[in-house]
Design a binder for this molecule. Structure first.
Ligand SMILES: Cc1ncc(COP(=O)(O)O)c(C=O)c1O
Length: 476
């Protein structure tokens, strides 16, 4: 029978049958012709006609964003929820490692959207890839095969120990997927009270489960139920083997079971604290012993930022699961949860899903970033610039011993401690901004450098000179 979807008569003569969807996690209604029954709107308790609303004239957005030049900060305060403390700086445009504000000032950007714009701003390769994809098709549901998604998954698997990818839109979402995967994996192993151990001072994102894995009480305040976040999380001090072993004993007693150990290879938000090889090897050993998953959060450290494609390559371990986001799309939102071995086949159709996850536009961006990293020896640049940054920061630390302390990090994910009693890391960042340099604090007292991975030797020298001037202005 040939179907005509415009015919009301047809709608009255169909029944809705459900089949499981491989992608959406829901069921797909399939329209099947029926010779007898019809579904009346009254039996579904749906009003036949929508109530007529009084007509309201829509207000168009401004034709040109440049027209907002002087008023955009006011517009923010009036219309945007105040979840962020913002610097008084309104970004107009960007090029390479530089950002321009609406009042015409140029800043050397060593923040890159917090470790996200790996290829800098307005990168022609990324721009072309996204433009071309927009002209072809930019979003379709995961109800269908998406070649760009397959190609990006293949690149990620070929350049890691993972076997399969799940795509989503952000770091928090990638970590939510990893947490759900660990719970399902534990459930398959008969564990009904699965525990995930993460580290104090960690950061895994702002959704409720990712936030529960984030062991920083300041982020939990006001979000608990009867004082509790999502159940099933425990903590140890990062890089502390004895505490990790104690946490595993707690996680495997009283009817509980260890589902996963979840760690950043280098704690970024926690204050630029690199992982310790022995600690990570012990975590791997404990996961093997208890058939639990070792989950590595590569959201900030991954995609080349530490000088290797993945931060965990610095730690001589192979994770069961790792997550990526931020630089994965070079600033176009995309996240991935990568899994290997049995973990890679734990989710089946309907177990997890995301509307935008791995859509053609986001994956075209991911592929462009991947290709750029490979074609332009970006990892070599990160290694060389990372050494230059380390040497430069250590020199400044020696020059200003009462203001700057320990220099830490890997590759182009580095920080210097601000040790002065009367100057905060935030104040140093503000002073750097006055000198035309964008930096971002990390932890309680660290000034963090996360520039685009394409930064040149000359640009990094300029950044170090500007930090020198900023520290000088505060030290005097
Ligand atoms: C290690 C780590 N995990 C997860 C996240 C959360 O990522 P998103 O903000 O994309 O949800 C962040 C963000 O800073 C991060 O640094």
């Amino acid at each position: 029978m040939k179907t005509s979807y415009s015919s009301l008569a047809f709608l009255a003569a169909v029944a809705v049958v459900v089949v499981p969807s491989a992608t959406t996690g829901f069921v797909v209604p399939t329209v099947v012709a029926s010779s007898s029954t019809s579904t009346s709107t009254s039996s579904l308790n749906v009003a036949a006609e929508p109530p007529s609303a009084p007509s309201k004239k829509l207000i168009s957005p401004p034709k040109n964003i440049a027209d907002l030049k002087d008023t955009s900060e006011e517009l923010y305060d009036d219309n945007v929820q105040s979840t962020y403390g913002r610097y008084k700086l309104t970004i107009d445009s960007g090029h390479g490692c530089y950002l321009k504000t609406t009042d015409g000032k140029e800043y050397l950007d060593c923040v890159s959207g917090i470790a996200t714009c790996a290829l800098g701003h307005n990168n022609p390769v990324l721009t072309e890839a996204i433009s071309n994809q927009m002209k072809k098709v930019h979003h379709v549901s995961n109800l269908y095969y998406i070649p760009e998604q397959a190609a990006l998954a293949e690149w990620l698997c070929a350049n890691s120990n993972a076997d399969k990818a799940f795509f989503c839109n952000s770091g928090a979402e990638a970590n939510e997927a990893a947490i759900k995967l660990a719970r399902r994996y534990a459930s398959n192993n008969g564990i009904t009270k699965p525990v995930i151990i993460s580290a104090h001072q960690s950061f895994h994102g702002r959704t409720l489960a990712a936030l529960s894995a984030t062991q920083q009480p300041k982020y939990h305040k006001g979000f608990t139920y009867d004082g509790e976040m999502v159940q099933g999380f425990d903590a140890c001090t990062y890089n502390n083997i004895a505490e990790l072993e104690e946490a595993v004993i707690r996680a495997t007693s009283d009817g509980k079971g260890l589902a996963a150990i979840m760690l950043e290879p280098l704690q970024g938000e926690g204050g630029i604290i690199p992982g310790n090889v022995d600690f990570f090897k012990k975590a791997r050993e404990l996961c093997d012993k208890h058939k639990a998953l070792l989950i590595i959060d590569e959201v900030q450290a991954g995609m080349g930022r530490t000088g290797t494609l993945w931060g965990h390559e610095q730690l001589d371990i192979i994770p069961d699961v790792f997550t990526s986001a931020k630089a994965l799309g070079g600033g176009v939102p995309i996240g991935a949860m990568m899994a290997r071995g049995d973990a890679a086949s734990t989710f089946g159709p309907g177990d997890h899903a995301s509307t935008y996850g791995g859509n053609p536009l986001a994956c075209a961006a991911g592929l462009a970033v991947a290709k750029y990293i490979c074609d332009n020896n970006i990892l070599d640049n990160v290694e060389a610039r990372g050494q230059q940054l380390k040497a430069g920061l250590e020199k400044l630390s020696k020059k200003y011993p009462t203001v700057l302390g320990d220099v830490r990090g890997w590759g182009l994910l580095r920080g210097v401690e601000c040790i002065a009693d009367d100057i905060t890391a935030g104040e140093l960042v503000a002073a750097a901004m006055n000198e035309g340099l964008l930096l971002v604090p990390a932890g309680t007292n660290v000034v963090r450098f996360v520039p685009p991975l394409i930064i040149t030797e000359d640009e990094l020298n300029i950044a170090l000179d500007r930090l020198d001037a900023a520290v000088k202005s505060k030290a005097n």
